[in-house]
Design a binder for this molecule. Sequence first.
Ligand SMILES: [Zn+2]
Length: 90
Amino acid sequence: MSQIKIKCEKCDHEFVVDVEYEHVDSNSDRGMGDEKIYEAVVDVECPICGEHITGTIEYWEYPEGVVDHKSDDNLDGASVVEYGIECGLN
Ligand SMILES: [Zn+2]
């Protein structure tokens, strides 16, 4: 279980949500081992304004142990402030 911090697009409230990152895909055609893609589903309501925040967030790990890229393009209703509190994702 990871904790992320998101910011509601409607009222700008920032709050922490528990998510479960799952390893969803790998690219093995790179030189320093596999590039791994992790995804977490977000489905919460803003505790202040009730905005429904839903979608997925992703990060790419390459090489192993290094976060290469992060995305909240598929998350509706909020943006991600921190992708993983106290787990090296920021
Ligand atoms: Zn809100």
